[in-house]
Ligand binder design. Sequence first.
Ligand code: T4K
Length: 406
Amino acid sequence: MRASFPSPRAGSTCELALVTGVPAFTTTLKTGSPNVLQPDRTAALIAAAMQDNRLTNDGPLVQELESRFAAFQGVKHAVAVANGTLGLQLAAWALGMRGDILMPSFTFIGTAHALAWIGLRPVFCEVSRDTHTLDPQRVVDAVTSATGGILGVHIWGQPCDIESLQRIAKTRGVPLLFDSAHACGSSYRSVRVGGFGDAEVFSLHATKSINGLEGGVVTTNNEDLAERVRLLRNFGFVGEDAVSGIGINAKMNEFSAAMALANLECYDRLFAHDREIHEAYRHGLAGLDGIALQECRPDSRRCDHYAVVSVSETAAIGCEALRRVLAAENVIARRYFFPGCHRLPPYNREHRSLPITDRLCRTVLQLPTGLQLTPEDAAKIAAIVAHACEYADEVEAVLATREDAR
Ligand code: T4K
């Protein structure tokens, strides 16, 4: 193994695994690694569901999850669905969204795909460089007669500038939907997200803070809208053999609900743990030129499930080089959402100039969080980043050798 690594420069004191071949962590730490907070409780709930032979189709665990989730997010209605993507589609459909939907490009490709799949046209607007969420002024600039809705994304759990987006949507008379896939537990001006705009959509994917294997929740304070989403998620059935109209299968199953319920019960533990992880990263990265942990807007409180680091042009090391340094240490950092939806097919057929989005895609890196690591591990990762900055020249030289060898 060791032979595949270049010899450290004579006299070098660089201790990075990229150079020495000896990783700092023996277990791989992954950005997005699922958290299972109560395995025994989850297993017991699943066993009971099997015992009762109640597995899906609006079962008791799904109903329990809906009522607990609504209480948790402080919203009147929560409709559980099979995943966040379907949740976005159902909500957009139920809201009667048509034509062009103004949304950020700086998001998971699934956000754009969800709209395009049901015949809507994502129109990408620029985001704010500080919050990474839609820049309201750019939304105003992008409105045309074809605009049929606005989709804000609370990226990294950071709530959008909700008040401004609500004002724009109201003035233009278009529906406002929030992709809250990352935002379980986040709040805006002391109010938990979930009841803003016309509806919000959460993801309970295994990689999210509340893990339901796969899953999503549509939330709203509008009873009629919630009812429409309920009908849509179950083929439009209003009785055993009558339908209200077109519908689809977007039902959550009981196993997913069991996992999500058990995790939701212990959310505070994960929330507090991730806060400590953030603190360790913040402390360890402080003082590094051009490298900083992304902070929450002062008017919001964010769940800290994502640890987002910006690696700007003034940093000693580049974002991709840093990702590779960390990978050699068994730390899997991610470059969400490189290269940006507007640069991926089919959306790249239209040219959109989004310099802030492009820059974020180039310079933003996500680090591991969750129960897989301790705050001490996070401090160690931050120390690796600092060490990589110190030995940036050596890192670049090693990476160049690797490229040559390909
Ligand atoms: N809107 C936004 C803003 C979103 O971020 C998402 C989803 C959606 C909408 C759509 O919601 P859903 O329809 O998904 O409910 C993940 C997820 O698949 C996706 O849900 C998520 N966003 C997206 C940001 O990330 P990857 O590509 O990161 O997953 P993957 O397989 O690389 O897993 C991450 C790491 O965790 C890997 O190192 C492997 C590890 N892992 C993963 C799973 C699933 C495990 O160790 N065990 C596991 O079971 O996509």
